[in-house]
Design a protein around this ligand. Structure first.
Ligand code: F6R
Length: 613
């Protein structure tokens, strides 16, 4: 789980690489490094900490050269330290490698290479790649150094196993950069007399929006004047470049102090963009299989973290609107439990990044069981989307903040759209009911624009409660997953202890942790369960809790009598209400983290894409 950027062109590569690394920090940020090819030798600078530390070190060392690679790390093998930072070199120091992923057989390879005389300087699995290329260079023959390097890389790929993407520079081949992709992301940016290799598009989007998405097993060979892609069989392939419509500004903060805040405010647009294609896309996805859809008996939803919470909401939707039984699993659990083999099952994987190893692993298992597969994903060309039978894209643009906000509401919106289209296609919803639900769905972006207007109430409230040790979130039915999400968001960015529960469940145990002044957030829209939520408010208040009711205008009057504070959210239909209810909880997490001085966009111990199991 790391970020890779490589540059080959006519300019000094250092500013391109440092800037690209900053855009990739969401992938990991415990150490960083660059290697630049300068006058025939490699100059490497590495630093522990964020890219800003590397930038300072690079300014001092001042390397210059038009071919270079860089890396920002999230440790998997070996602690975050300068020795373990990438790039890693072979014995000669002429080969450098940056790598994302895990080499599963690295210990065996390391022993073998050690017995052949190779000496290692780090604890990482990555260093094995550099030494293996060095070793393999002795066993391949070719007319040019470039061909030699490519052959050695091919031989290396045949010997390493695991999920990996890596970039290589060799001091003997200036103007040449080699990239490999296997189950970890790697893309190529095609510019004018300059080309880029990266883990993700924002790394070079400032310079080009022409992108080649590499497939597993492919090797990219980048030169100043172009890039060649070699397939698994070693033959040249001609992939079509994709034009990315995200501009650089979209990928940057747009004037907000943090990406998280910007992304909360992005939500009306994100939902609108997601819905724009829903009718056509779901029509296509579902229409292709009308016959099969009628026979669909089970749906398995698999996801992790916030995406899992979106899946839990999706279960309510699909069972309500399409009448199909749904199970929702954490991907890391699904992969290792016994899943009965049924031919009439659709597996839906939800993922913002499309690179979450647990989700991809669970999806592969679903495939191996013969299930049809659908991804709900935000990243075009990501591994998940290339593994699934079909994909519905949430078009919410790049989500940079580690804590997911706009992807979550776009995922729920997509699940709602899927459920009603599915219900319409399988005959569970009459056309009239479908039309009504569809109309309500199309009104959601406007309601979301209202929901994001009230940051102030939450901001003001957090002055009173931000020092609390523990926060509780309660909801019922379709708002229960929102309680879980509220707690997760707060934990992630503020490091406070927070728990979400089904409100009906507190009397079975959790109420014992409520103490004098414990902030308890009640998700209580004015629906059929409102009265029950009022009772839960009373129960918590009687134990001394500081009760905050998140409700609509209609519920506010009664909520005022039982809560210490009321936060108003706009009214939507019962089933769309959760999309709006989560907004004050996102602001809450943001403001508590801000008041506590936490690193909001890059919380400690976390990374945006978890590409290892
Ligand atoms: C929470 C968060 C994580 C992710 C989870 C899945 O704010 O960001 O819990 O939701 O790691 O990531 P994706 O959706 O990329 O599969």
């Amino acid at each position: 789980m790391c970020g890779i950027i490589g540059y080959v062109g006519n300019n000094n590569s250092v500013p391109y690489i440092i800037d690209g690394l900053k855009k990739l920090e969401y992938r990991g940020y415990d150490s960083a490094g660059i290697s630049i090819l300068q006058n025939g030798s490699l100059v490497t600078v590495r630093a522990v900490g964020k890219v800003a530390e590397l930038e300072k070190a690079a300014l001092l060392a001042n390397p210059k050269g038009s071919t270079g690679i860089g890396h920002t790390r999230w440790a998997t093998h070996g602690k975050p330290s300068e020795e373990n930072s990438h790039p890693h070199t072979d014995c000669s120091g002429d080969i450098v490698v940056v790598h994302n992923g895990i080499i599963e057989n690295y210990l065996t390879l390391r022993d073998k290479l050690h017995s052949l005389g190779h000496r290692f300087k780090s604890e990482t699995d990555t260093e094995v790649i550099a030494h293996l290329i060095e070793e393999n260079l002795k066993h391949v023959s070719a007319e040019t150094d470039a061909e030699l390097l490519i052959k050695a890389v091919q031989k290396t790929n045949a010997e390493i196993s695991g999920a990996f993407a890596y970039g290589v520079l060799w001091a003997r081949t200036p103007g040449l950069l080699v990239g490999v992709k296997n189950q970890s992301p790697m893309v190529v940016g095609l510019g004018e007399n300059e080309n880029f290799l990266a883990s993700d598009v924002p790394a070079f989007l400032k310079h080009t929006n022409k992108v080649l998405f590499l497939e597993d097993g492919e090797i990219a060979v980048l030169r100043v004047d172009g890039a060649t892609v070699l397939g698994k069989d070693g033959k040249v392939k001609k992939p079509k470049p994709v034009k990315i419509s995200w501009d650089q500004q979209t990928a940057e903060k747009g004037g907000y102090p943090h990406f998280m805040l910007k992304e909360i405010y992005d939500q009306p647009q994100a939902i609108e963009d997601t819905l724009r294609t829903a009718r056509a896309d779901f029509g296509k996805i579902l229409g292709l299989n009308t016959e099969a859809l009628r026979g669909l008996q089970n749906i398995h939803i698999i996801a992790c973290g916030t995406a899992y919470h979106a899946g839990l909401v999706g279960k309510y939707y699909i069972e309500q609107f399409a009448g199909i039984p749904v199970s929702v699993d954490l991907a890391s659990e699904y992969k290792y439990r016994t899943v009965p083999h049924r031919v009439d099952t659709l597996a839906i994987a939800i993922s913002q990044s499309g690179e979450t190893a647990d989700t991809i692993g669970a999806l592969k298992k679903a495939k191996s069981l013969g299930f049809r597969t659908l991804a709900i994903c935000n990243v075009l060309g990501s591994t998940l989307t290339r593994t699934c039978d079909s994909t519905f894209f949430t078009h919410c643009g790049p989500e940079i903040s580690v804590a997911s906000t706009k992807a979550f509401t776009s995922q729920i919106t997509s699940m709602y759209a899927l459920a009603i289209f599915l219900g319409n296609a399988n005959g569970n919803l009459s056309q009239n009911v479908f039309d009504k639900l569809y109309k309500e769905l199309m009104a959601l972006p406007k309601a979301m624009s209202e929901a994001v207007k009230d940051e102030y109430t939450v901001r003001h409230l957090t002055r009173k409660i931000y020092k609390a040790d523990r926060f509780i979130f309660l909801g019922r039915n379709v708002n229960f997953p929102i309680a879980l999400e509220g707690a997760l968001k707060l934990k992630e960015v503020s490091y406070r202890s927070a728990e979400g529960f089904a409100a009906g469940e507190i009397k079975h145990g959790p109420i014992s942790i409520i103490d004098k002044g414990t902030p308890v957030f009640m998700l209580m829209p004015y629906d059929s369960l409102f009265e029950k939520m009022l009772s839960a408010c009373q129960e918590c208040r009687a134990r001394g809790a500081f009760v905050v009711a998140v409700t609509t205008e209609q519920g506010a009057k009664q909520a005022k009598d039982v809560a210490d504070k009321v936060i108003l959210v706009p009214q939507a239909s019962d089933f769309l209400q959760p999309v709006l209810n989560v907004v004050p909880l996102q602001f809450l997490a943001y403001w508590i983290a801000k008041r506590l001085g936490c690193d909001i966009d890059q919380p400690r111990n976390l990374a945006k894409s978890v590409t290892v199991e």
